[in-house]
Ligand binder design. Structure first.
Ligand code: CA
Length: 225
């Protein structure tokens, strides 16, 4: 199936170069000069991956990424950030913003294409499997069951969703706010303390491997790999 790549870049020359090269590689491409037009389009038209410039006029690339990740419908959209600022990288990848990879400007288009292909391959493998694994923990999303060291454990629907969310994003920190939004759905009833309580219960049910869920003090949680 043809993969769809969206490009958000305000520099016209770079945008055209990327569009041309990705089309040449057989991708279906749409490009956008700003984050606003991109965010409007993805309401109805989702790409497999977006190449997102960090420095944009109007909404910054960081806010575009945050906005994208706030909506669970965009769960399968991979994000590669284009950045000139290397000091921002920790925040961009795996941290609060949830980009999957980044390339620092200036970069070679060949390198970017390679990274995109690797990322898309990895993503489609994960989606095909419907099986999420981490160490001794395995989740079968179709059968809706979870096992630890081969033994089934019983989780509530919410714990299942929480575990799925963390496993799908293993290695990336999920903030309490993100977890609230994605797992609970925003509601005034729940507070970030609710997240802590459920993580604690989930850890207990997982037993020893529950320790694989790391607490990032003051930020959130992650499966560290
Ligand atoms: Ca720019």
């Amino acid at each position: 199936m043809t993969k769809k790549v969206f490009i958000v870049e305000d520099e016209p020359d770079l945008r055209d170069t990327l569009q041309y090269n990705f089309e040449n590689e057989g991708f279906k491409v749409k490009s956008f000069p700003n984050g606003e037009s991109f965010l409007e389009t993805i309401k109805n038209d989702k790409p497999n991956l977006v190449i997102l410039d960090l420095m944009l006029p109007g909404i910054s690339g960081l806010d575009v990424c945050r906005n994208l990740r706030m909506n669970e419908d965009n769960e399968n959209v991979a994000v590669v950030m284009l950045t000139a600022k290397s000091e921002e990288i920790d925040r961009i990848v795996g941290f609060e913003l949830g980009a999957d990879d980044y390339v620092t400007k200036p970069f070679s288009v060949r390198e970017l294409i390679l990274r995109v292909k690797v990322l898309l391959k990895k993503r489609s493998d994960d989606i095909d499997q419907n099986l999420l694994e981490f160490g001794p923990i395995a989740m079968n999303l179709d059968a809706h069951d979870v096992s630890v060291e081969g033994k089934n454990i019983l989780l509530t629907a919410l714990e299942f969703k929480l575990l799925k969310h963390l496993l799908k994003r293993k290695g990336r920190v999920q903030t309490r706010d993100q977890l609230l939004g994605d797992v609970w759905g925003y509601s005034s009833e729940v507070t970030t303390r609710t997240v802590d309580t459920h993580i604690k219960r989930l850890r207990e049910k997982l037993g020893k491997p529950g320790e694989l869920i790391q607490t990032i003090r003051g930020v959130g949680y992650r499966f560290n790999n």
